[in-house]
Design a protein around this ligand. Sequence first.
Ligand code: 13P
Ligand code: SF4
Length: 369
Amino acid sequence: MSTLTLSLLPETYVELPERELDERIAQAKRELGSRLVILGHHYQRDEVIKFADYRGDSLKLSQLAASRPEAEYIVFCGVHFMAESADILSADHQIVILPDLNAGCSMADMANLEQVEVCWEELTSVCGEGIVPVTYVNSTAAIKAFVGRHGGAVCTSSNAGKVMEWALAHAERALFLPDEHLGRNTGYRLGIPLERMALWNPREEAGGLSEEAILQARIFLWKGHCSVHQRFLPEHVERVRRNYPGIHVIAHPECSWEVCQRADEVGSTELIIKRIVESPPGSQWAVGTEIHLVNRLAKEYPDRLVVTLDDCVCMCSTMYRISPQHLCWTLENLVGGQVVNRVSVDPETKRWARVALEQMLGIGKAVES
Ligand code: 13P
Ligand code: SF4
């Protein structure tokens, strides 16, 4: 659980012209100097990410948060679970700020502690203690702490393969939270057949699973998803291949198994960027991930064709809540000695969530899966 004292953006910031906003953000950054570090996730809009000292996927940003103890303030341009991870991994004297506390993640909200405890009790009562919990970083601090307390690890889309492999080497079974698609895509890549992955639905009695289905499974997938990535469909892959013969399809592993099976490559935002950056001029890419990243890549590499896998604007509306107005207001408050929209995880949750995050950092070491 983290402390939330939501402060709302004052009216005076709403109408500020873009140029003035830019100047004021740059000025506040100068005044704060090395006391401040701004982290920006790849899905942030251009007007915000241009002010980030570091850009990255969830893994890279978690590591950066842990490696900058000199910065008094970490302003996280991303969503709530990312700011929580930064608070968990950073030193006690550091303050983490999410410019708009309403920037949540619908996937992270699909697993709450009570539901996960019920699931754990049910699964362990049927198949004993041989289960390791793994949670995607897109989860609340409370879920990460649960995983830490039960000997498991966090993973990101970059290292899910490594972490799942580690879990299955330590126990007969793994419980993967809260994204069924990342869990299924990762398990399948490790050679676990679909019929040995059981879907736990927290809204159904006993997760909707029979005892037999529980005993059959090697991986339990939590029924959660990303509403942005699940909009990509197999027919979009087929259509883009018809429209652009020879195009290379690359999808984020939060997309469904059916989409990932049809893609040429599957990977985190960091991997998607790397592939396009390293590709020769003239190459063609259809990308199954959030639209701000796809549009930025298309703009930055005009000698390559970069299109979205689906034209129906797959935008993460919560990432979009971080506006230049919120960033400006947050920074100007810091200059004036005021902290607004701090994300602070309580010490007990922090302790166990850190165990799970550090387990991941130990296993993954930033290797792309
Ligand atoms: P990455 O870790 O690939 O940046 O993904 C984070 C995320 O929220 C994707 O929806
Ligand atoms: Fe969450 Fe999906 Fe947005 Fe990523 S894109 S932050 S998983 S809602």
